[in-house]
Design a protein around this ligand. Structure first.
Ligand code: ADP
Ligand code: MG
Length: 620
C-alpha cells in the first residue's frame, strides 16, 4: 500500500462517534480518570514492546529503559502523556483509534444510557478508555512512531465526528498523547493535582511515571511485593488498572507458590459481573507474565473457562520466554500452574461459602452460572465444584447447598426434586410445585440454562437422584407429611375414569396420556413429561437453540379435587356425555390453560379464543 503524503481525514465509526458525543458533553464529576486511562495505555504499550523485544532485541536498541512521562505546557494549556512503548503505525491508528468500533463500544453505550448517573468511570472496562480524553480536551493529538519503523504519524481530532492522520516527525519510538484542555479543565495543568491523581490511580504501574524529572510511583510490579505489604487501597487501584474495572474486588488472592513450578498469583474476583461474561468466546482475562515480562492477557490454558470471572496476574519464572504465545499455551508447566490455581480458587470459594454465606451469595448471584459450567467441563473437580454450588429452593429465600437439602429431606423421600426454567419468579409460581409445597417437600428452583446441562451429567448426589417435578409420576404418597393432616374432612376425590376417557377421545394425539394428579392442590391441570421422556424445560431449551424440532406429546394431569374437574367428572358420567359440546370445549381449554401456566401459547389461539368466549357466554 502506498503511504499517503497528505493529511487524510476520516469519519469515526458511527458508534464511536456516539460515544464521543456522550463523553465530550458529559458533566461527569470524576473526570480525572482520563489520566488513569492514558497512563494505563502507555504502560500497556511498554509491556507490548518488552514482549516483542524478547525475540527482536533490535527493537529496543539504544533505549532499553521503558518509561512514561507527563508534561504540561501552561501557556499552550496542554497536558501530554508520552511513552517509549510499541507505538502505532498508519494502519494501527486506523484500526485502533476511530474507524473500527471495539466490541465493547456498543456495550458501553448501552450501559451509559441505562445508567442515570452516567458513570463514565467504567469506560476502561469496555476497552474504550482512550476516548475519555475528550472529557477534558477540546482536541487531542497523538504523535507516534512504531518501534522498528522510521515513519512517524500525527493523529488529531476534536472528537466531533472526524479525525485526521498525517505524516510527521518524532525522535524516538513510542507515543505522545497531547490534550488541548477545555476551559473548565485547567486544573489538570497544576503540578499538585497531577501528582495526586497519578499517586491515587497509577502507583502500581510497573514503569516509572516521570513528572518534572521525578518518578511519581514505585514502579515495581505490585505482585512481586510481599503479600503483607500491599494495602487494600493498592489492591483496589491495581485491580482497576488490570481489569479496567471500577468496582471493589470481592476477593483478593495474592500467593507465592514454590514447587516443581514456582509462580506468583495476584487474582481478583470482581464484585460486579463484567460485560462480556456470557460472550461465546468465554475469554480469560488473567494476564500472564514470565519473570515480570507481560506475555498475554488471553492465555488459553492458564485457567479454566468456568473461572473466566477472575482478573489479575500470574507470573512465573519457570516458563520459557523464548517460545511463542501459542507454544506456551501447551507447555506442561502451564498445565501445572492451571491445576494449582484452579484448586486454590475452589478452596478460597469454599472458605467463603462456609464462613460467610451471605457474602458468598453475592458472588453466587454474579458468577454461579459460570462456575456451574465446571460441573460439566471439569470431571476431575466435579465434586469439589458441586460442594460450593448454591441453589434457590422452596425452603426459604436463602440459597442452599445440596448437602443441606439432603439433610432436610422427608422420611420416604428418595429424590432431590427440582424445577428448571428460564425465569426464577415464574418457576417458583408453577402449579407443579403445589403438591410438594402442601406436603412441605423442598424443591430446588433452577433458573440458569446451564442447569439442564449439568443435570444430564450428574444424575445423583449422595445417592439421591435428581428428579424434575415436571416429569414422571409424583410419588408424593410415599413421603411422610410431618405437619398434621388438616385436609382430613375434604370430600373424597371423584372417580375420573369417564372424564379422562372423554378428554382422551377429544384431544387424541395431542396428549400422550391423561391422568389424575397428585402434584396439584390449587390449579385444575398441568402438563408433565412422561417418565423416560425429555423434561419440558430441556426440550424448550433445545428447540430454541435449533437442536430439536417439534416436541413430544405431554401427559395432561387433572386435579381431582378442583371444582372444575369435579363438575366435569359428574358431567362425563351422565347421559349424553359423548355429544356434550361443553365437555369437548373444556378438554381443549384445560390443555391450553396448562400450556399457558407453563409460559407457552395456546396451540391455536383463535380456537382458544372462540372456545373461551363460548363457555363464558353460556355461563352468563
Ligand atoms: P484498551 O486499552 O482497553 O485496548 P483504549 O481505548 O484505552 O482501550 O485504547 C485503544 C487502543 O489504542 C489500545 O488497545 C492500543 O492498541 C491503542 N493505544 C492507545 N494508547 C496507546 C499508546 N500509548 N501506545 C500504543 N497504543 C496505544
Ligand atoms: Mg486502555
Amino acid at each position: 500500500m502506498s503511504k499517503p503524503e497528505e493529511k487524510e481525514t476520516f469519519s469515526f465509526q458511527t458508534e464511536v462517534g456516539q460515544l464521543l458525543d456522550i463523553v465530550a458533553g458529559s458533566l461527569y464529576s470524576n473526570r480525572e480518570i482520563f489520566l488513569r486511562e492514558l497512563v494505563s495505555n502507555a504502560s500497556d504499550a511498554c509491556d507490548k514492546l518488552r514482549y516483542e523485544a524478547i525475540t527482536a532485541p533490535l527493537l529496543v536498541e539504544g533505549d532499553q529503559e521503558f518509561r512514561i512521562e507527563i508534561a504540561v505546557d501552561k501557556k499552550a494549556k496542554t497536558l501530554s502523556i508520552s511513552d517509549n512503548g510499541i507505538g502505532l503505525n498508519h494502519q494501527d491508528l486506523l484500526d485502533t483509534l476511530g474507524t473500527i468500533a471495539k466490541s465493547g463500544t456498543g456495550a458501553f453505550l448501552e450501559n451509559i444510557k441505562k445508567d442515570e448517573q452516567n458513570d463514565l468511570g467504567l469506560i476502561g472496562q469496555f476497552g474504550v478508555g482512550f476516548y475519555s480524553a475528550f472529557m477534558v480536551a477540546e482536541s487531542v493529538d497523538v504523535l507516534t512512531r512504531k518501534a522498528g519503523e522510521t515513519e512517524a504519524w500525527l493523529w488529531s481530532s476534536d472528537g466531533k465526528g472526524q479525525f485526521s492522520i498525517e505524516k510527521s516527525e518524532r525522535a524516538g519510538r513510542g507515543t505522545s498523547v497531547t490534550l488541548h484542555l477545555k476551559k473548565d479543565a485547567k486544573e489538570f495543568l497544576e503540578d499538585a493535582r497531577i501528582s495526586h491523581i497519578i499517586k491515587t490511580y497509577s502507583d502500581h504501574i510497573s514503569f516509572p511515571v516521570m513528572f518534572d524529572g521525578k518518578a511519581l510511583n514505585e514502579a515495581s510490579a505490585i505482585w512481586t511485593r510481599p503479600t503483607k505489604e500491599v494495602s487494600e487501597e493498592q489492591h483496589t487501584e491495581f485491580y482497576h488498572h488490570t481489569a479496567g474495572a471500577y468496582d471493589q474486588p470481592w476477593l483478593t488472592m495474592h500467593n507465592k507458590v514454590e514447587g516443581v513450578v514456582s509462580y506468583t498469583n495476584l487474582l481478583y474476583i470482581p464484585s460486579t459481573p463484567p460485560f462480556d461474561l456470557y460472550e461465546p468466546e468465554r475469554k480469560s482475562h488473567v494476564k500472564l507474565y514470565v519473570n515480570r515480562v507481560f506475555i498475554t492477557e488471553e492465555t488459553k490454558g492458564l485457567l479454566p473457562t468456568y473461572m473466566r470471572f477472575l482478573r489479575g496476574v500470574v507470573d512465573s519464572e519457570d516458563l520459557s520466554l523464548n517460545v511463542s504465545r501459542e507454544m506456551l499455551q501447551t507447555d506442561p508447566k502451564l498445565a501445572k500452574i492451571k491445576s494449582g490455581l484452579t484448586k486454590k480458587v475452589l478452596t478460597e470459594l469454599k472458605k467463603k461459602a462456609t464462613k460467610k454465606p451471605e457474602d458468598y451469595a453475592a458472588f453466587w448471584q454474579n458468577f454461579g452460572a459460570v462456575l456451574k459450567e465446571g460441573l460439566v467441563e471439569d470431571v476431575a473437580l466435579r465434586d469439589r465444584i458441586l460442594e460450593i454450588c448454591r441453589f434457590s429452593s422452596t425452603h426459604n429465600a436463602d440459597l442452599t447447598s445440596l448437602a443441606e437439602y439432603v439433610e432436610r429431606m422427608k422420611d420416604g423421600q428418595d429424590a432431590i426434586y427440582y424445577i428448571a426454567g428460564e425465569d426464577a419468579t415464574k418457576i417458583s409460581q408453577s402449579p407443579h410445585l403445589e403438591g410438594f409445597r402442601a406436603k412441605g417437600v423442598e424443591v430446588l428452583l433452577l433458573a440458569d440454562s446451564v442447569d439442564e446441562f449439568w443435570l444430564q451429567h450428574i444424575p445423583q448426589f449422595e445417592e439421591k437422584s435428581f428428579k424434575s417435578v415436571t416429569r414422571g409420576a409424583a410419588d408424593l404418597d410415599a413421603i411422610k407429611d410431618d405437619e398434621k393432616d388438616e385436609k382430613k374432612d375434604e370430600p373424597k376425590a371423584p372417580v375420573l375414569d369417564a372424564l379422562i376417557a372423554a378428554i382422551k377421545l377429544e384431544l387424541g394425539e395431542t396428549v400422550k396420556d391423561v391422568r389424575p394428579s397428585k402434584r396439584l392442590t390449587d390449579s385444575p391441570v398441568c402438563l408433565i413429561a412422561d417418565d423416560g421422556d425429555m423434561d419440558v424445560n430441556l426440550e424448550r431449551l433445545l428447540q430454541r437453540h435449533g437442536q430439536l424440532e417439534g416436541g413430544m406429546p405431554r401427559v395432561l394431569e387433572l386435579n381431582p379435587n378442583h371444582g372444575i374437574v369435579r363438575k366435569l367428572a359428574e358431567r362425563a358420567d351422565g347421559e349424553g356425555a359423548t355429544t356434550d359440546d361443553l365437555l369437548k370445549d373444556a378438554a381443549h381449554l384445560l390443555l391450553d390453560q396448562a400450556r399457558i401456566l407453563d409460559g407457552e401459547a395456546p396451540t391455536n389461539p383463535a380456537e382458544f379464543g372462540r372456545r373461551l368466549s363460548g363457555v363464558l357466554e353460556s355461563a352468563l
